[in-house]
Design a protein around this ligand. Structure first.
Ligand code: ADP
Ligand code: MG
Length: 293
């Protein structure tokens, strides 16, 4: 069985770590409770990610996935513990070390595909000819060459997310952070995007930290799946996904590992029983739950 270990998957010594989360503690003032009690969302979390690794974080809605990503991104700096990139604590000043792709790409509707991808490079004062070369290469990478001059409203949801990915990559981040980037897309489009992101990872060897509530997606994409538990406010389990790359999203192990995770999961993933899992039916979001037989 491929579920190999609990909390700490040791790093092979010759593999360089790029991101380290050390003893991360994060609490919020409880929004639902007016007595100002605190809600502990992350409690002493440790996680190390290797260069070029594709790590997926999965867990039910509200378990702190976005919180982790926002801390790593530097969007939220109120926490205890330490986050290192390349052995250095992440700095307070804005950095293009880490760039986030959100569920809704937040693209600029007044700019074309080209303009959106070019935007960050223009801000960074990259010379125009260099910019063009880079943008055209990225447009090719996300396979939108026929849409170079299209405006955002002329694109499908999947195309928009590909623009968002290209725009993030334009900044040449060390780590690409993705917060449920495909959650708003239909099943067919999502599958296409899986192939795109796997290919892009293959081509760029970027380190990717990818958050999702969809177990199937986490397994299909990740070298390692980090399962979060809201009860623990921490990592419950890590799973090495030994499916070779370049990877087919239809590899039979994707489904069997997904099944294994679901069958081991408590009520926070499935409401008891043995889950009959269709690959497209493994969302653990409130309304889409695997058929229980
Ligand atoms: N700014 C905030 N203030 C108070 N509570 C928050 C805030 N952001 C998130 N939370 C709470 O923290 C928990 C984790 O949120 P989040 O990281 O967004 O979860 P996930 O991304 O896994 O759905 C949830 O209970 C959420 O309601
Ligand atoms: Mg979230």
């Amino acid at each position: 069985m491929l579920i190999v270990s609990n909390l700490d998957v040791p790093l092979q010594t010759n593999e360089k770590s790029i991101l380290e989360l050390e003893n991360i503690f994060k609490e919020y003032s409880d929004r639902k409770n007016k007595t100002h009690t605190k809600l502990i969302v992350i409690n002493n979390l440790n996680l190390t990610i290797k260069k070029s690794e594709f790590v997926t974080i999965v867990g039910p809605s509200g378990c702190g996935k976005s919180t982790i990503l926002n801390l790593v991104a530097g969007l939220d700096q109120v926490f205890d513990g330490q986050i290192n990139v390349d052995d250095k604590p992440i700095s307070i000043s804005p950095s293009t070390d880490r760039v986030v792709v959100f569920q809704e790409g937040a693209l600029f509707p007044w700019l074309t595909v080209y303009g959106n991808i070019e935007f960050g490079l223009a801000i960074a004062k990259v010379p125009k000819d260099k910019r063009k070369e880079k943008v055209m290469k990225l447009i090719e990478m996300v396979q939108l060459s026929n849409f170079t001059n299209a405006y955002i409203h002329q694109l499908s949801g999947g195309m928009k997310q590909r623009v968002a990915i290209a725009r993030a990559l334009a900044l040449n981040p060390k780590i690409l952070l993705m917060d449920e980037p495909f959650a708003a897309l239909d099943v067919q489009t999502r599958k296409m995007l899986y192939s795109h992101i796997l290919r892009i990872h293959e081509e760029t060897k970027k380190t990717i930290l990818f958050v999702t509530h969809n177990i199937h997606e986490a397994v299909a994409l990740g070298d390692r799946v980090i399962i979060m538990s809201p009860k623990l406010a921490n990592i419950k389990k890590q799973i090495i996904v030994n499916i070779p790359r370049p990877r087919s999203i239809d590899h039979p192990l994707v489904e069997s590992i997904t099944r294994a995770i679901l069958s081991e999961s408590d009520e926070s993933f499935v409401n008891g029983g043995v889950a009959e899992i269709e690959p497209d039916n493994v969302d653990i979001n409130n309304n889409v739950i695997p058929t229980v037989r």
